[in-house]
Design a protein around this ligand. Structure first.
Ligand code: DOR
Ligand code: ZN
Length: 347
Protein backbone atom coordinates (compact mmCIF):
# COMPACT_ATOMS: atom_id res chain seq x y z
CA UNK A 1 0.00 0.00 0.00
CA UNK A 2 1.27 3.43 -0.95
CA UNK A 3 1.82 5.59 2.14
CA UNK A 4 3.52 8.66 0.64
CA UNK A 5 2.66 10.84 -2.32
CA UNK A 6 5.15 13.37 -3.63
CA UNK A 7 3.97 15.74 -6.26
CA UNK A 8 4.78 19.05 -7.89
CA UNK A 9 3.00 21.76 -5.89
CA UNK A 10 -0.57 21.98 -7.26
CA UNK A 11 -2.65 25.00 -8.30
CA UNK A 12 -6.36 25.60 -7.71
CA UNK A 13 -7.98 26.74 -10.96
CA UNK A 14 -11.29 27.84 -9.36
CA UNK A 15 -11.51 29.45 -5.93
CA UNK A 16 -13.75 31.83 -3.94
CA UNK A 17 -11.78 33.86 -1.41
CA UNK A 18 -14.40 36.49 -0.50
CA UNK A 19 -12.89 39.63 1.06
CA UNK A 20 -11.88 41.39 4.28
CA UNK A 21 -11.83 39.44 7.54
CA UNK A 22 -13.50 36.40 5.95
CA UNK A 23 -10.75 36.23 3.34
CA UNK A 24 -8.06 36.47 6.00
CA UNK A 25 -9.55 33.39 7.64
CA UNK A 26 -9.77 31.16 4.56
CA UNK A 27 -6.77 32.27 2.47
CA UNK A 28 -4.10 30.39 4.50
CA UNK A 29 -5.91 27.07 3.88
CA UNK A 30 -5.40 27.49 0.15
CA UNK A 31 -1.97 29.11 0.26
CA UNK A 32 -0.43 26.35 2.37
CA UNK A 33 -1.23 23.79 -0.35
CA UNK A 34 -1.44 25.61 -3.66
CA UNK A 35 1.03 27.84 -5.43
CA UNK A 36 -1.57 29.75 -7.45
CA UNK A 37 -5.33 30.02 -7.66
CA UNK A 38 -7.79 31.47 -10.13
CA UNK A 39 -9.80 33.90 -7.99
CA UNK A 40 -13.51 34.18 -8.72
CA UNK A 41 -14.81 37.75 -9.17
CA UNK A 42 -18.30 37.33 -7.65
CA UNK A 43 -17.88 39.84 -4.85
CA UNK A 44 -20.40 42.52 -4.02
CA UNK A 45 -19.91 44.66 -6.07
CA UNK A 46 -18.45 42.27 -8.68
CA UNK A 47 -14.93 42.69 -10.04
CA UNK A 48 -15.75 44.13 -13.45
CA UNK A 49 -12.65 46.21 -14.24
CA UNK A 50 -8.91 45.64 -14.27
CA UNK A 51 -8.58 48.39 -11.71
CA UNK A 52 -10.89 46.54 -9.31
CA UNK A 53 -9.02 43.29 -9.97
CA UNK A 54 -5.70 44.96 -9.19
CA UNK A 55 -7.06 46.36 -5.92
CA UNK A 56 -8.53 42.97 -4.95
CA UNK A 57 -5.23 41.28 -5.78
CA UNK A 58 -3.39 43.72 -3.52
CA UNK A 59 -5.84 42.98 -0.68
CA UNK A 60 -5.27 39.24 -1.13
CA UNK A 61 -1.49 39.60 -1.05
CA UNK A 62 -1.74 41.83 2.02
CA UNK A 63 -3.93 39.24 3.77
CA UNK A 64 -1.35 36.45 3.46
CA UNK A 65 0.21 35.50 6.77
CA UNK A 66 3.91 36.37 6.96
CA UNK A 67 4.90 32.71 6.73
CA UNK A 68 3.20 32.37 3.32
CA UNK A 69 4.20 35.69 1.80
CA UNK A 70 5.86 35.36 -1.59
CA UNK A 71 4.61 31.78 -1.85
CA UNK A 72 1.14 32.27 -3.29
CA UNK A 73 0.01 34.03 -6.44
CA UNK A 74 -3.62 35.03 -6.97
CA UNK A 75 -4.58 34.85 -10.65
CA UNK A 76 -7.32 37.41 -11.13
CA UNK A 77 -10.47 37.26 -13.25
CA UNK A 78 -13.07 39.75 -14.47
CA UNK A 79 -16.81 39.32 -14.07
CA UNK A 80 -18.45 39.46 -17.50
CA UNK A 81 -21.57 41.62 -17.79
CA UNK A 82 -23.89 42.53 -20.65
CA UNK A 83 -21.86 45.75 -20.95
CA UNK A 84 -18.23 44.64 -20.62
CA UNK A 85 -16.45 46.81 -23.20
CA UNK A 86 -13.93 45.16 -25.54
CA UNK A 87 -11.48 47.85 -24.38
CA UNK A 88 -11.60 46.34 -20.85
CA UNK A 89 -10.63 42.97 -22.33
CA UNK A 90 -7.64 44.61 -23.97
CA UNK A 91 -6.67 46.23 -20.65
CA UNK A 92 -7.00 42.82 -19.00
CA UNK A 93 -4.61 41.27 -21.48
CA UNK A 94 -2.10 44.09 -21.03
CA UNK A 95 -2.35 44.00 -17.23
CA UNK A 96 -0.51 40.71 -16.81
CA UNK A 97 -2.56 40.06 -13.65
CA UNK A 98 -5.97 39.18 -15.14
CA UNK A 99 -5.93 35.68 -16.55
CA UNK A 100 -9.55 35.01 -17.49
CA UNK A 101 -13.09 36.36 -17.67
CA UNK A 102 -15.97 34.66 -15.86
CA UNK A 103 -19.43 34.16 -17.33
CA UNK A 104 -22.21 33.87 -14.78
CA UNK A 105 -25.62 33.60 -16.39
CA UNK A 106 -27.70 36.20 -14.48
CA UNK A 107 -29.41 34.52 -11.52
CA UNK A 108 -27.54 31.20 -11.83
CA UNK A 109 -25.78 31.29 -8.47
CA UNK A 110 -24.31 33.32 -5.57
CA UNK A 111 -23.87 37.01 -6.50
CA UNK A 112 -24.72 36.43 -10.15
CA UNK A 113 -27.43 39.09 -10.40
CA UNK A 114 -25.04 41.36 -12.36
CA UNK A 115 -24.29 38.46 -14.72
CA UNK A 116 -25.11 37.99 -18.37
CA UNK A 117 -28.78 38.10 -19.37
CA UNK A 118 -28.18 37.08 -22.98
CA UNK A 119 -24.86 35.82 -24.30
CA UNK A 120 -25.44 37.65 -27.59
CA UNK A 121 -24.90 40.91 -25.70
CA UNK A 122 -21.32 39.84 -25.03
CA UNK A 123 -20.31 38.95 -28.57
CA UNK A 124 -18.02 41.96 -29.04
CA UNK A 125 -16.21 41.21 -25.76
CA UNK A 126 -15.96 37.51 -26.64
CA UNK A 127 -14.65 38.40 -30.06
CA UNK A 128 -11.83 40.37 -28.44
CA UNK A 129 -11.12 37.53 -26.00
CA UNK A 130 -10.87 35.11 -28.91
CA UNK A 131 -8.40 37.44 -30.65
CA UNK A 132 -6.29 37.97 -27.55
CA UNK A 133 -6.40 34.40 -26.25
CA UNK A 134 -8.04 35.21 -22.88
CA UNK A 135 -9.97 32.22 -21.50
CA UNK A 136 -13.69 32.43 -20.79
CA UNK A 137 -14.63 30.61 -17.59
CA UNK A 138 -18.17 29.36 -17.73
CA UNK A 139 -20.73 28.69 -15.03
CA UNK A 140 -22.58 26.24 -17.25
CA UNK A 141 -26.20 26.27 -16.17
CA UNK A 142 -29.29 27.74 -17.77
CA UNK A 143 -31.53 29.73 -15.45
CA UNK A 144 -34.82 28.96 -17.21
CA UNK A 145 -37.20 28.06 -14.39
CA UNK A 146 -38.94 25.56 -16.67
CA UNK A 147 -35.74 23.49 -16.85
CA UNK A 148 -35.34 20.99 -14.02
CA UNK A 149 -32.50 21.99 -11.70
CA UNK A 150 -30.73 18.66 -12.31
CA UNK A 151 -30.83 19.22 -16.11
CA UNK A 152 -29.52 22.77 -16.20
CA UNK A 153 -25.96 21.87 -17.14
CA UNK A 154 -27.01 19.53 -19.95
CA UNK A 155 -29.40 22.12 -21.38
CA UNK A 156 -26.71 24.81 -21.12
CA UNK A 157 -24.45 22.70 -23.32
CA UNK A 158 -27.16 22.41 -25.96
CA UNK A 159 -28.48 25.96 -25.84
CA UNK A 160 -25.38 28.04 -25.08
CA UNK A 161 -22.04 26.25 -25.06
CA UNK A 162 -22.25 24.26 -28.29
CA UNK A 163 -23.40 27.30 -30.32
CA UNK A 164 -20.74 29.46 -28.63
CA UNK A 165 -17.93 27.12 -29.65
CA UNK A 166 -19.23 27.19 -33.20
CA UNK A 167 -19.43 30.96 -33.33
CA UNK A 168 -16.03 31.47 -31.65
CA UNK A 169 -13.97 28.39 -32.56
CA UNK A 170 -10.76 30.05 -31.38
CA UNK A 171 -12.14 31.10 -27.99
CA UNK A 172 -10.46 29.30 -25.10
CA UNK A 173 -13.11 28.10 -22.66
CA UNK A 174 -12.98 26.42 -19.25
CA UNK A 175 -16.23 24.68 -18.46
CA UNK A 176 -16.13 25.16 -14.70
CA UNK A 177 -17.08 22.63 -12.00
CA UNK A 178 -18.58 20.08 -14.38
CA UNK A 179 -21.12 17.75 -12.81
CA UNK A 180 -22.50 15.49 -15.54
CA UNK A 181 -21.55 12.73 -17.93
CA UNK A 182 -22.88 15.04 -20.66
CA UNK A 183 -20.27 17.67 -19.77
CA UNK A 184 -17.48 15.09 -19.74
CA UNK A 185 -18.50 13.86 -23.18
CA UNK A 186 -18.80 17.41 -24.50
CA UNK A 187 -15.26 18.31 -23.38
CA UNK A 188 -13.78 15.08 -24.71
CA UNK A 189 -15.35 15.65 -28.12
CA UNK A 190 -14.48 19.37 -28.24
CA UNK A 191 -11.39 21.06 -29.65
CA UNK A 192 -8.13 21.68 -27.80
CA UNK A 193 -9.53 25.09 -26.79
CA UNK A 194 -12.08 23.59 -24.40
CA UNK A 195 -11.16 22.31 -20.94
CA UNK A 196 -12.96 21.65 -17.65
CA UNK A 197 -12.37 21.92 -13.92
CA UNK A 198 -13.59 19.20 -11.57
CA UNK A 199 -14.28 19.89 -7.88
CA UNK A 200 -13.48 17.44 -5.15
CA UNK A 201 -17.02 17.57 -3.72
CA UNK A 202 -18.51 16.51 -7.05
CA UNK A 203 -15.98 13.65 -7.12
CA UNK A 204 -16.79 12.55 -3.56
CA UNK A 205 -20.55 13.00 -3.31
CA UNK A 206 -23.65 12.18 -5.28
CA UNK A 207 -27.03 13.79 -4.75
CA UNK A 208 -28.00 11.35 -2.00
CA UNK A 209 -25.59 13.34 0.19
CA UNK A 210 -28.12 16.19 0.14
CA UNK A 211 -30.75 14.08 1.84
CA UNK A 212 -29.00 11.48 4.02
CA UNK A 213 -31.12 11.25 7.15
CA UNK A 214 -32.51 14.75 6.62
CA UNK A 215 -31.73 17.81 4.52
CA UNK A 216 -28.01 18.63 4.48
CA UNK A 217 -27.45 22.29 3.68
CA UNK A 218 -23.67 21.95 3.87
CA UNK A 219 -23.78 19.66 0.85
CA UNK A 220 -25.71 22.18 -1.21
CA UNK A 221 -23.72 23.80 -4.00
CA UNK A 222 -24.27 24.89 -7.57
CA UNK A 223 -24.30 23.15 -9.92
CA UNK A 224 -26.15 20.85 -7.53
CA UNK A 225 -24.79 17.34 -6.85
CA UNK A 226 -25.95 14.79 -9.42
CA UNK A 227 -26.71 11.04 -9.68
CA UNK A 228 -24.05 8.40 -9.06
CA UNK A 229 -23.66 7.67 -12.79
CA UNK A 230 -22.54 11.27 -13.30
CA UNK A 231 -20.12 11.11 -10.38
CA UNK A 232 -18.61 8.00 -11.94
CA UNK A 233 -18.14 9.86 -15.23
CA UNK A 234 -16.37 12.70 -13.39
CA UNK A 235 -14.04 10.25 -11.65
CA UNK A 236 -13.22 8.63 -14.99
CA UNK A 237 -12.45 12.02 -16.55
CA UNK A 238 -10.30 13.31 -13.68
CA UNK A 239 -8.31 10.10 -13.30
CA UNK A 240 -7.97 9.38 -17.03
CA UNK A 241 -4.85 11.48 -17.58
CA UNK A 242 -6.72 13.49 -20.24
CA UNK A 243 -4.99 16.88 -20.37
CA UNK A 244 -8.13 19.00 -20.59
CA UNK A 245 -9.51 18.02 -17.18
CA UNK A 246 -7.89 19.67 -14.17
CA UNK A 247 -8.28 20.62 -10.51
CA UNK A 248 -10.55 23.49 -9.47
CA UNK A 249 -11.97 23.23 -5.97
CA UNK A 250 -14.73 25.85 -6.21
CA UNK A 251 -14.23 26.07 -2.46
CA UNK A 252 -17.00 28.52 -1.57
CA UNK A 253 -17.22 29.54 2.10
CA UNK A 254 -20.43 30.86 3.62
CA UNK A 255 -21.19 31.62 7.26
CA UNK A 256 -23.25 28.97 9.07
CA UNK A 257 -26.15 31.42 9.28
CA UNK A 258 -26.23 31.66 5.48
CA UNK A 259 -26.21 27.89 5.02
CA UNK A 260 -28.52 26.80 7.84
CA UNK A 261 -31.45 28.90 6.73
CA UNK A 262 -34.90 28.57 5.18
CA UNK A 263 -33.21 29.66 1.93
CA UNK A 264 -29.65 28.45 2.29
CA UNK A 265 -26.74 29.65 0.10
CA UNK A 266 -24.96 27.41 -2.38
CA UNK A 267 -21.35 26.58 -1.68
CA UNK A 268 -19.17 23.92 -0.06
CA UNK A 269 -15.94 24.76 1.76
CA UNK A 270 -13.13 22.35 0.86
CA UNK A 271 -9.98 24.48 0.99
CA UNK A 272 -9.00 23.15 4.43
CA UNK A 273 -8.32 19.67 3.02
CA UNK A 274 -8.46 20.04 -0.74
CA UNK A 275 -5.41 18.19 -2.00
CA UNK A 276 -5.84 15.50 0.66
CA UNK A 277 -9.45 14.87 -0.42
CA UNK A 278 -8.50 14.70 -4.10
CA UNK A 279 -5.83 12.16 -3.06
CA UNK A 280 -8.56 10.06 -1.44
CA UNK A 281 -10.58 10.05 -4.65
CA UNK A 282 -7.60 9.12 -6.82
CA UNK A 283 -6.53 6.40 -4.39
CA UNK A 284 -10.00 4.86 -4.36
CA UNK A 285 -9.99 4.87 -8.15
CA UNK A 286 -6.58 3.14 -8.18
CA UNK A 287 -5.14 6.14 -10.00
CA UNK A 288 -2.74 7.87 -7.60
CA UNK A 289 -0.23 7.96 -10.45
CA UNK A 290 -2.57 10.34 -12.31
CA UNK A 291 -3.00 12.83 -9.46
CA UNK A 292 0.04 14.98 -10.20
CA UNK A 293 -0.87 15.72 -13.83
CA UNK A 294 -4.48 16.56 -12.87
CA UNK A 295 -3.49 18.75 -9.91
CA UNK A 296 -0.23 20.32 -11.05
CA UNK A 297 0.29 20.14 -14.83
CA UNK A 298 -2.88 20.26 -16.93
CA UNK A 299 -4.20 23.58 -15.62
CA UNK A 300 -0.88 25.40 -15.95
CA UNK A 301 -0.49 24.06 -19.48
CA UNK A 302 -3.99 25.17 -20.49
CA UNK A 303 -3.45 28.68 -19.06
CA UNK A 304 -0.03 28.87 -20.77
CA UNK A 305 1.70 29.39 -17.43
CA UNK A 306 4.85 27.63 -16.25
CA UNK A 307 4.43 24.51 -14.16
CA UNK A 308 5.46 24.86 -10.52
CA UNK A 309 8.88 23.59 -9.56
CA UNK A 310 8.72 22.90 -5.83
CA UNK A 311 7.09 19.77 -4.45
CA UNK A 312 4.75 18.79 -1.65
CA UNK A 313 4.40 15.52 0.24
CA UNK A 314 1.26 13.80 1.46
CA UNK A 315 1.43 10.95 3.93
CA UNK A 316 -1.15 8.29 4.78
CA UNK A 317 -2.10 9.63 8.19
CA UNK A 318 -5.66 10.09 9.32
CA UNK A 319 -6.65 13.39 10.93
CA UNK A 320 -9.86 14.88 12.20
CA UNK A 321 -11.50 17.84 10.45
CA UNK A 322 -12.59 20.56 12.94
CA UNK A 323 -16.33 20.86 13.60
CA UNK A 324 -16.21 24.49 12.50
CA UNK A 325 -13.75 27.17 11.42
CA UNK A 326 -13.68 30.88 12.15
CA UNK A 327 -15.12 32.92 9.29
CA UNK A 328 -15.20 36.69 9.81
CA UNK A 329 -17.48 37.34 12.76
CA UNK A 330 -19.05 33.88 12.44
CA UNK A 331 -18.13 30.29 11.65
CA UNK A 332 -18.25 28.06 8.61
CA UNK A 333 -18.74 24.31 8.48
CA UNK A 334 -16.06 22.65 6.33
CA UNK A 335 -16.67 19.50 4.30
CA UNK A 336 -16.22 16.40 6.51
CA UNK A 337 -16.61 18.46 9.70
CA UNK A 338 -15.93 16.21 12.69
CA UNK A 339 -14.95 13.33 10.42
CA UNK A 340 -11.63 11.96 9.26
CA UNK A 341 -9.44 12.53 6.22
CA UNK A 342 -6.90 9.81 5.51
CA UNK A 343 -4.14 11.75 3.74
CA UNK A 344 -2.22 14.57 5.35
CA UNK A 345 -0.02 17.16 3.72
CA UNK A 346 3.33 17.58 5.46
CA UNK A 347 4.05 21.19 6.34
O1 DOR B 1 -21.87 26.48 -4.92
C1 DOR B 1 -21.48 27.53 -5.42
N1 DOR B 1 -21.02 28.55 -4.65
N2 DOR B 1 -21.54 27.66 -6.73
C2 DOR B 1 -21.26 28.82 -7.33
O2 DOR B 1 -21.36 28.88 -8.53
C3 DOR B 1 -20.91 30.03 -6.54
C4 DOR B 1 -20.36 29.67 -5.24
C5 DOR B 1 -20.30 30.83 -4.27
O3 DOR B 1 -19.80 31.91 -4.65
O4 DOR B 1 -20.75 30.68 -3.14
ZN1 ZN C 1 -17.37 28.95 -8.17
Amino acid sequence: MQTTIMLTRPDDWHLHLRDGKQMRNVLPDTARQFSRAIIMPNLRPPIVTVEMAAAYRARILAALPVSLQGQFEPLMTLYLTDDTPPAEIKRAKESGIVHAVKLYPAGATTHSDAGVTDIARCFSALDRMEQLGIPLLVHGEVTDSMVDVFDREKVFIERVLQPLTQRFPGLRIVFEHITTRDAVEFVRAASENIAATVTVHHLLLNRNALFSGGIRPHHYCLPVLKRETHRQALIESATSGHSRFFLGTDSAPHPVSGKESACGCAGIYTAHAAIELYAEVFEQAGALDKLEAFASFHGADFYHLPRNIDRITLVKESWSVPERLTFGDEFLIPLRAGERVCWKKLT
